[in-house]
Write a new protein. Structure first.
Length: 132
């Protein structure tokens, strides 16, 4: 509960407006992942902003290891699929794509697609909230 209430307010870089993916959208984005039992993934509502932040909880730490791989593959796929498009459409977003990262905190996996400083803030806040 604390995490979901702070996700948008604490993790929102530059007070960006965010929306949340629905459960159906998450199943589409993470089709191979059946190991999470709770997920919150927010994304910028600005069509030229690729900022995305996700927090997913697995049943166990073992499942979280698999979930971390899913998150890393999701980021890798985005990096491969969007790089060329961003170079021509919105080159300033490339730094966010390059800074994208996923980490595991016990049963939780957190990923961030944002500027490096914002990625660092996300992980610092996640560590505070998830490793109490």
């Amino acid at each position: 509960k604390e995490l979901s209430s702070t996700l948008e307010s604490e993790f929102s870089p530059d007070k960006t407006e965010f929306s949340r993916y629905t459960d159906e959208e998450l199943k589409f984005l993470f089709p191979d992942s059946d190991v999470y039992n709770e997920a919150i993934v927010i994304y910028s509502t600005d069509s030229v902003d690729i900022t995305e932040i996700g927090v997913m909880r697995a049943e166990s730490e073992k499942d979280a290891v698999a979930l971390l791989e899913d998150a890393k593959n999701y980021i890798k796929d985005l990096q491969e699929q969007k790089r060329e498009f961003l170079q021509s459409y919105s080159p300033k977003e490339l730094s966010k794509l390059n800074s994208a990262e996923a980490k595991r905190f016990g049963q939780y996996v957190v990923f961030a697609i944002a500027e490096q400083g914002d990625v660092d803030k996300v992980f610092k806040k996640a560590e505070m909230l998830l490793t109490k």
